[in-house]
Design a protein around this ligand. Structure first.
Ligand code: HEM
Length: 511
């Protein structure tokens, strides 16, 4: 009897606490049906990633300016209008990230770091993605793409479809690892296990994100997923620790050499830097992390370096691979658009030996519109979140500190009031300058926006252009998947619910 009374008191206390805690959202429109006690929770709990994707699409369909999703007593704010999304992404009051980002275990990396850490690190790391550095990566991009084409040639059989993602994934992994850790990183002992380890980590992080039962640490720790993830992390960290250590030694030796020759060590490092900036030597991310000081003059710590490296791999690899595969599939579904892209390639690559360069990539303007349209209709970062670190006013609501936002970019990108009646159609030319000039700047957010937007967006565009142009130069793409039948599910990013099935037909651009 006493136990029942105690539970009732705790229960009532909790209910009152939640009622007061989320009082700010009392008058905010909700998504029906709101089930007593569960709210909208039953539409998400126990569902697989495909069903969650469907539920989120339904919830955002009504296009209210702002609404709430109730997970039990917890209200999560969902702004849908670009004006409000702009406020959330640009106001420092909402620059923190929700708890689920911590599942990646890179709390010091840009993607999930707390605002204060993030602010200092982002300021220092922005220049590591400048144009000269990105240009120095082009030889790495082209080499990785050449290997992808070789692999496609090996697997090509007339009339047999390939899952294009199986080819873009190793390619973008090669790019991100080689530009982050050095050119020969994937030739080291243990590479295969490292790659498999990364796959396990990413898979389990995605699984956990979209399975609320696995959210509490104390539950997750008792699962086989946790054990597999920790085993993979142990191996991967050992693999990258060795590289970090070797690099540290390399830089220490460089400094010592400078000291011995009575040179200014800073000058010698500068010489090394200038050498890299001559485009001949790619300016690898880890080298930057080991040489650039933080705003207070201290170097990045080992843990910070590690978290930044894994953040780049997590944020840059799967996203780019999947977006490349989505785009290839869309091209296979739209032969007329594919042919227009090929016509552009004939002009930009007048001979088989035309080399990739900044100028060449810049000239691929139609391909860029295709990629942008693919990112609009199939954005791999389809849903992301923010958390308030101070009160934030959105319309008549004041969202207090510590509350969460869900931004559904997939829904935003298909709103007819911003994209027109043909919003669901694949029309790359909507990104012609004359067709874009009156568009709301926050109606299109494949790379997010505001200060916490994607640091790698230009890197991604360059790598996607290299992958897709080379694929089209070598193959005509077709598919038996109909555009209307495209369905999606979540891993960490938004994937197709089935394979990216594409048939290849060798193409001679110069025949
Ligand atoms: C098609 C490819 C890509 C897409 C669609 C994409 C999209 C995004 C989005 C939407 C965000 C914001 C996420 C959030 O706020 O929760 C983001 C952040 C980030 N991305 Fe990308 N990204 C791509 C490629 C890359 C690449 C290639 C890199 C690195 C080389 C990269 C590194 C990052 C980092 C470090 C952040 C965190 C930025 C910060 O908070 O300061 N991304 N990306």
């Amino acid at each position: 009897m006493l136990t029942v009374a105690l539970i009732a008191v705790v229960w009532a206390g909790l209910a009152i606490f939640c009622k007061l805690r989320f009082r700010f959202a009392d008058k905010m429109p909700a998504v029906e049906p709101l089930v007593p006690f569960f709210g909208n929770g039953l539409q998400f709990a126990g569902k697989n990633s495909y069903e969650i994707c469907q539920s989120l699409t339904r919830a955002f369909k009504d296009n209210k300016r702002i609404f709430k999703l109730c997970f039990g007593p917890i209200a999560v704010v969902c702004p849908t209008h670009p004006d409000l999304i702009q406020k959330v992404l640009c106001d420092t009051a909402s620059m923190n990230k929700p708890h689920v980002y911590s599942f990646m275990r890179v709390d010091l990396g840009l993607l999930s770091a707390e605002y204060d850490t993030w602010k200092n690190h982002r300021k220092v790391l922005n220049p590591t993605f400048n144009t000269r550095i990105l240009n120095s990566f082009i030889p790495i991009f082209t080499d990785c793409v050449a290997k992808m084409i070789e692999s496609m040639q090996e697997h090509y059989q007339p009339g047999k479809p390939l899952n294009i993602l199986e080819f873009t994934s190793p390619c973008t992994l090669g790019m991100i690892c080689r530009t982050s850790l050095g050119g020969k990183v994937l030739e080291r002992e243990g590479t295969q296990q490292f790659i498999e380890g990364l796959e396990v980590i990413l898979h389990n992080v995605g699984l956990r994100m979209f399975n609320a039962n696995l959210h509490p640490n104390w539950v997750y720790r008792f699962t086989r997923f946790y054990r597999a993830e920790m085993k993979a992390r142990k191996f991967c960290y050992a693999f990258t620790d060795k590289i970090i250590h070797e690099k540290q030694l390399e830089f220490a030796k460089l400094k010592q050499r400078a000291a011995e020759s009575n040179n200014n060590p800073g000058e010698l490092m500068q010489e090394e830097e200038d050498d890299m900036l001559s485009y001949k030597k790619p300016q690898i991310f880890i080298d930057q992390l080991l040489t650039i000081p933080l705003p207070d003059g201290t170097p990045f710590s080992h843990d910070e370096i590690q978290d930044h490296i894994y953040t780049m791999i997590a944020a840059g690899n799967e996203t780019s691979a999947t977006q490349a595969a989505h785009t290839a599939l869309l091209l296979a579904m739209h032969p007329d658009i594919q042919e227009k892209a090929v016509a552009e390639l004939r002009e930009v690559f007048p001979t088989p030996n035309t080399e990739y360069s900044h100028e060449v990539l810049k000239q691929l303007v139609y391909l860029e519109r295709i990629i942008k349209e693919s990112q609009r209709l199939c954005p791999v970062a389809a849903v992301y979140g923010r958390k308030t670190l101070n009160d934030l006013q959105l319309d008549e609501f004041v969202i207090p500190k510590g509350n969460l936002f869900i931004l559904n970019i997939f829904a935003l990108h298909r709103r007819k009031e911003f994209w027109g009646e043909d919003a669901d159609q694949f029309v790359p030319d909507r990104f012609l300058p004359e067709n874009s000039k009156n568009r709301h700047p926050f109606a299109y957010l494949p790379f997010s926006g505001g200060a916490r937007g994607c640091i790698g967006s230009r890197y991604a565009m360059m790598s996607l252009k290299t992958i897709l142009s080379e694929m089209l130069r070598n193959y005509k793409l077709t598919t038996d998947i109909r555009y209307e039948d495209m369905e999606f599910k979540f891993k960490v990013s938004m994937h197709l619910a089935y394979d990216h099935r594409v048939f290849l037909e060798p193409r001679n651009l110069y025949g």
